[in-house]
Ligand binder design. Structure first.
Ligand code: THU
Length: 160
């Protein structure tokens, strides 16, 4: 029987070790987390999207009493970027999570639905999106959203 071996390379580093442009993007994500509307979970997430022209567009999670009507920070930021700058490719997204008065120690990882939207963004602009997951003790960085969603459902998966 044949089998597939799926691997992904994730860079691991601390904030201090990060490049200046990465630190700037993370700081924007952290700022955005402060403005999240998360009265139900108490978990504030901020996301900062870096566009190819250097512009940064941020978002945060928006919860709702009818839980499924809320939206994650990454999708708020990506949809805003795609809506405001439809012709400019996305280069990277940084994510930071804040709970109980502090940012998480471990990297804040995107949920499956947000990974799906990141992959769509990659395909839309034919460019990998770097995913930077911030944590106080370490940062994870994937070179492409597809590394976080192997064998995902994409345009090519739809019947002709
Ligand atoms: N959340 C995000 O904003 N991004 C993720 O990738 C995971 C979870 C939000 C959704 C909800 O408002 C809260 O965190 C708790 O799940």
């Amino acid at each position: 029987m044949e089998s597939l071996n799926l691997t992904a390379k994730i860079r691991v580093y601390t904030f201090d070790e990060g490049a200046e442009c990465i630190k700037k993007l993370i700081n924007e994500a952290k700022l955005a987390a402060k403005n999240a509307y998360a009265p139900y979970s108490g978990f504030r997430v901020g996301a900062a999207v870096l566009l190819c022209n250097g512009e940064i567009i941020t978002g945060n999670n928006q919860e709702n009493a009818a839980y499924p009507s809320g939206l994650c920070a990454e999708r708020v930021a990506l949809f805003a970027a795609n809506a405001q700058r439809p012709d400019i490719a996305v280069e990277a997204i940084a994510i930071a999570g804040f709970h109980d008065g502090e940012f998480t120690g471990l990297p804040c990882r995107p949920c499956g639905g947000c990974r799906q939207v990141m992959v769509e963004t990659e395909n839309r602009y034919d460019k990998p999106v770097k995913v930077i997951m911030y944590g106080k003790s370490k940062i994870y960085e994937a070179g492409s959203a597809k590394d976080l969603l192997p064998l995902g459902f994409e345009k090519g998966s739809l019947p002709e």
